[in-house]
Design a protein around this ligand. Structure first.
Ligand SMILES: NC(=O)c1ccc[n+]([C@@H]2O[C@H](COP(=O)([O-])OP(=O)(O)OC[C@H]3O[C@@H](n4cnc5c(N)ncnc54)[C@H](OP(=O)(O)O)[C@@H]3O)[C@@H](O)[C@H]2O)c1
Length: 330
């Protein structure tokens, strides 16, 4: 790995700190580097401001003059009521070179941020670490490309694909390591969705119960066309839960990442509408037999139509269980 690739990789890793908290803005990471040493770091703050560049430049102060900047997304070119354009801030800081992992597809920037830097005499490189940056900002990029958040479906299932016992009991199918990993995924999402059936069967807390990340619980949401309000008795009632009357309401959320935690009816409706971008399957070494499947009818007529839609993106052991991550091929 070249020095530039290594530094960009560090900036992209930094960007992950904002995941699940920066919407509607992207989660960006930024480093100020002087003579090969990192002198300041920034990442998009909760609510989307300050931007990563502003945080890093403020931390760098006078050390920014003549330094190089590594940033995971093209600096913005638009002034908003919430803050200045990062491209202008960078020019004013006296930075001599800016390395950008990827162009910002947001039409308010889309090449104009880099152009403004270039015309002010700042050296600009584009594309180092682009694939990793795309992955780190997949939710934001989904909003720009598809007009909706990235939607991830989580399923905890048996070897034979069952998510609950015939009577509905489902806690717990997987072990502590898998459940901790699933909690981390919650921390990285803006909103967590369940169907009314899961609310009534399990009354889940939908929070993050990992040491140090307790304040990272995503906003809970319930999908239901019949509920008038989320019952005040729900365990998450004090976290300003959303009631989504339809899939359109879900797609219209102004957030980057939505995590769906079931149940089967909700999974089916989203799979049938081809709205799932990623599946996290936590598979436990148990056979349940008669019990509820992970999804019901999704409108498939022929087996051939089921093929070619999903790619195994990652798999690994988590204690006695196995995580399989599937990505929708689009
Ligand atoms: N192992 C696991 O990973 C896991 C995870 C979660 C749940 N579970 C289990 O799954 C079971 C519950 O699953 P379930 O299939 O019965 O229920 P569910 O999917 O949680 O909820 C179904 C309800 O969601 C609403 N809904 C679904 N699609 C909708 C749409 N397109 N528009 C509007 N509302 C929609 C409807 O509510 P209205 O009828 O009010 O409109 C529907 O009745 C429980 O036994 C639970 O323990 C297992």
């Amino acid at each position: 790995m070249s020095e530039a690739a290594r530094l960009m990789d560090a900036a992209i890793r930094l960007s992950l700190r904002g995941l699940g908290r920066t919407a509607p803005n992207p989660n960006v990471g930024c480093l100020v580097v002087r003579n090969g040493r990192i002198v300041a770091r920034g990442w998009t703050q909760p609510g989307g401001r300050p931007h990563a560049e502003m945080m890093a430049l403020e931390a760098a102060g006078a050390a920014a003059r003549g330094a190089e900047l590594y940033v995971s997304l093209e600096p913005c070119a638009h002034v908003s009521p919430r803050g200045p354009a990062c491209a202008d801030l960078i020019v004013a800081s006296g930075v001599s070179a800016v390395h950008i992992a990827m162009r910002d597809p947001d039409p308010r920037t889309d090449g104009q941020g880099a152009a403004r830097l270039g015309s002010a005499g700042v050296a600009v490189t584009l594309g180092t670490g682009e694939a990793a940056a795309r992955q780190a900002m997949a939710g934001f990029l989904s909003r720009i490309a598809l007009g909706r958040p990235r939607i991830t479906l989580k399923l905890a299932m048996s070897i034979d694909g069952r998510v609950s016992m015939p009577g509905g009991e489902s806690q717990w199918i997987t072990g502590p390591e898998a459940r901790a990993h699933a909690h981390l995924q919650r921390a990285l999402a803006d909103v967590i969705v369940i169907g009314r059936g899961t609310l009534e069967a399990d009354d889940p807390s939908l929070d993050v119960r990992l040491p140090g990340l307790e304040d990272r619980s995503p906003r809970p949401a319930v999908l239901s066309a019949t509920l008038d309000a989320i019952p005040a008795s729900a365990k998450f009632a004090d976290r300003d839960p959303l009631l989504l009357a339809s899939v359109d309401d879900l797609c219209g959320l102004a957030v980057n990442d939505v995590l769906v935690e079931g149940g089967a009816a909700t999974a089916s409706t989203l799979l049938a509408a081809d709205l799932i971008d990623r599946m996290l399957v936590y598979r436990a070494p148990v056979v349940i037999g008669d019990g509820a499947p992970g999804a019901g009818r999704i409108g498939l007529e022929r087996l051939a139509d089921a093929h070619g839609r999903w790619r195994l993106a990652e798999t690994r052991a988590l204690g006695n269980d196995r995580l399989e991550v599937y990505a929708r091929t689009r």
